[in-house]
Design a protein around this ligand. Structure first.
Ligand SMILES: *[C@@H]1O[C@H](CO)[C@@H](O)[C@H](O)[C@H]1NC(C)=O
Ligand SMILES: *[C@@H]1O[C@H](CO)[C@@H](O)[C@H](O)[C@H]1NC(C)=O
Length: 359
């Protein structure tokens, strides 16, 4: 987590959750703080990594594919943009951290936290009562907030937008949770069930947030243009602008740059050289259109490459107990976005695109 560790640590150690007030001396303050910090820090890191991995999966075949250069979370340094894409990065990272902390808690990885048993024994609905191990999202939410939101200490509209998107990510965890139940009763008659709330697969959280990314709303601040590093003078405007936005929705401030093209100052590679997928039988709509999206829409052509792929094959079971496989070579065709060869007429679409670029 680099240079930001210290700030996150300070936030955590000033919080008095981990000890009773009167046993709290300067000495054990100094010991308990960092110790608590270290207990959670590795989970936070794992969670943030899972968030990034999910981001890369969700955007694998999009023009913007969640490159490292746009993953800078803090508003402090580097890229201070607040686009539709950075809104997704914030949400999925916050969600990843909350998810992992919550899972760790349910698995008994932390001393001071366990399943959410607040409703155990209560009637939940017709024919079922609360029981089992409900995932303790309140714990995950609280601790993840202390780490992730601590990275935003500005008071400008960007910080406000980032915090909003972090929260939307955490809400996605709650929105995708579902009830799981177990039957009880005479010989499995199931006349009474116990149920608990459990986290969805993280993939589902990713799918949910990808949909929120598509529906993200641009925050319109009245009159004054929003400028980088702007501070207190537009705080009233920020509060006003946020009023109409539900907490579950992603928001952004700036239109996205054109991800088709390389732009060094923004750390963007462009789509030249990217692999796309041509429809196979089981390709989804999204995959089938990927060559158009990544190549043609960006004024590039699709180049075919025959590549040799080595995989396991002819596997057989051997007594006892191993599986032996051969290595089989197979030539497959892969597709990449490439520039039009010089002198060759580009397609109509390309011409239009190039004209648009010149203006
Ligand atoms: C939390 O869970 C992750 C895997 O989901 C694991 O790698 C990590 O070690 C766990 N943290 C603790 C403190 O056990
Ligand atoms: C890179 O992006 C910035 C900001 O959108 C823009 O002003 C600049 O012209 C772009 N540079 C290139 C080479 O396209």
């Amino acid at each position: 987590m680099g240079p930001l560790d210290l700030r996150a640590l300070m936030v955590l150690s000033t919080c008095c959750h981990f000890s009773t007030a009167f046993a709290w001396t300067v000495n054990n303050f100094l010991m308990t703080g960092p110790k608590a910090f270290l207990t959670y820090a590795s989970s936070v890191q794992v969670g943030a990594k899972n968030g990034v991995q999910e981001c890369k999966h969700q955007f694998m075949l999009e023009k913007w594919n969640c490159p490292e250069s746009t993953l800078q979370l803090s508003t402090h340094k580097g890229l201070r943009s607040a686009t539709r894409e950075t809104s997704f990065v914030h949400a999925i990272s916050a969600a990843g951290v909350m998810y992992t902390l919550t899972k760790n808690c349910s698995m008994g990885d932390f001393d001071n936290c366990g399943c959410d048993d607040s409703r155990i024994g209560q009637t939940g609905g017709k024919g079922w009562i609360w029981g089992g191990c409900s995932d303790n999202v309140a714990f995950g939410e609280k601790i993840s907030k202390q780490f992730v939101d601590a990275l935003e200490d500005g008071h400008d509209s960007r910080a406000a937008v980032n915090l909003h998107n972090n929260e939307a990510g955490r809400l996605a965890i709650k929105a995708t949770m579902r009830k799981a139940c177990k039957c009880h009763g005479v010989s499995g008659s199931c006349n009474i069930q116990t149920c608990w709330m459990q986290l969805a697969d993280f993939r589902e959280v990713g799918n949910y947030l990808k949909m929120k990314h598509q529906q993200a709303k641009k925050l319109e601040m009245d009159k004054k243009p929003v400028r980088a590093g702007n501070s207190a003078d537009n705080r009233g405007g920020i509060v006003q602008a946020f009023k109409s936005i539900p907490p579950t929705e992603l928001i952004y401030l700036e239109d996205s740059p054109d991800y088709c093209f390389k732009n060094q100052s923004l750390g963007l590679q462009g789509t030249e050289g990217r692999e796309c997928v041509k429809g196979g039988k089981d390709a989804s709509q999204w995959e089938r259109k990927s060559c158009r999206r990544l190549c043609f829409d960006c004024g590039l052509r699709v180049a075919e490459k025959r590549v040799e792929v080595v995989s396991s094959c002819n596997c057989r079971f051997q007594w006892c107990c191993t599986v032996k496989c051969d290595k089989c070579k197979q030539v497959v065709t892969k597709y990449y976005c490439a520039r039009h060869e010089a002198g060759r007429k580009p397609q109509k679409k390309t011409k239009r695109r190039q004209r648009a670029r010149r203006h």
